[in-house]
Design a protein around this ligand. Sequence first.
Ligand SMILES: CSC[C@H]1O[C@H](OP(=O)(O)O)[C@H](O)[C@@H]1O
Ligand SMILES: Nc1ncnc2[nH]cnc12
Length: 288
Amino acid sequence: MQTMIGVIGGSGVYQIDGLEGASWVRVKTPWGKPSDEILVGRLSGVPMAFLPRHGRGHVHSPSSIPFRANIDALKRLGCTDVVAVSAVGSLRADYAPGDFVIVDQYIDRTFAREKSFFGPGCVGHVSLAHPTCPRLSAAAAGAARAAGVRVHEGGTYLAMEGPQFSTLAESRLYRQWGADVIGMTGMPEAKLAREAELCYASVAMVTDFDCWHPGHEAVDVAAVIATLTANAGAARALVAGLPGLLGGVRTPCPHGCDRALEYALMTAPDKRDAEVLARLDAVAGRVL
Ligand SMILES: CSC[C@H]1O[C@H](OP(=O)(O)O)[C@H](O)[C@@H]1O
Ligand SMILES: Nc1ncnc2[nH]cnc12
């Protein structure tokens, strides 16, 4: 099997440069339309697909992002690995604006989103103890370091519903919980990538100190955009470095991300709903 890298761009990242033979393709999924067309091409010879999470022009709010369609579409196109880029607020003094954090844990506080491909007609439970792929995360960290930014390997991402930023009491509470960064889109994206047996890594670009830090103004969109603009070159360089680190021929994931469904399905084969199974063709076809 060949590696195909999916890149999900977050706020401020609506396009990537340098893809050879690139074209925007419309992908149909049983879960509705993805956030946008997907830019497909090759980078340094490695197939790559790029999807702007909020759509070009930032049309989707965190609660309206079609997360299931996005992950299904990347899987359907043949992606094996997905690197997700996100803007986040920092919940700790030593993670400063401009730093990149390779997220490895989540606290999911979102409540108004579809969070699973499974349900009545085909019930499935995957492990989420380690929600990101260590192999892919190490490659993303290497590419970020080579891009010249300060990188923190490991961090807990508090996913809030939004779209409003947090209150001061919430921001303080999340710090007490041990969360390191805060954003609105990391969940259910990571959960769905695991259900789709994709290796998933999250690169969080710190844009602000949310509102807890007595020495900094509370976050607003202008501050987020200013930091993202300053970091745009580093984000592009990170993506450009991924093909060299991930290689062409893909070996099985040593952490089992690509076999996450091996023992996950609970519904007896003769009780599974044919329509539900048809929707799962790309995501779970390997085990159905
Ligand atoms: C523009 S600030 C809030 C917005 O930015 C982050 O988006 P993403 O994770 O896609 O980079 C955050 O989660 C909010 O959606
Ligand atoms: N402070 C913050 N809270 C939630 N999402 C964010 N995205 C960027 N900064 C954020």
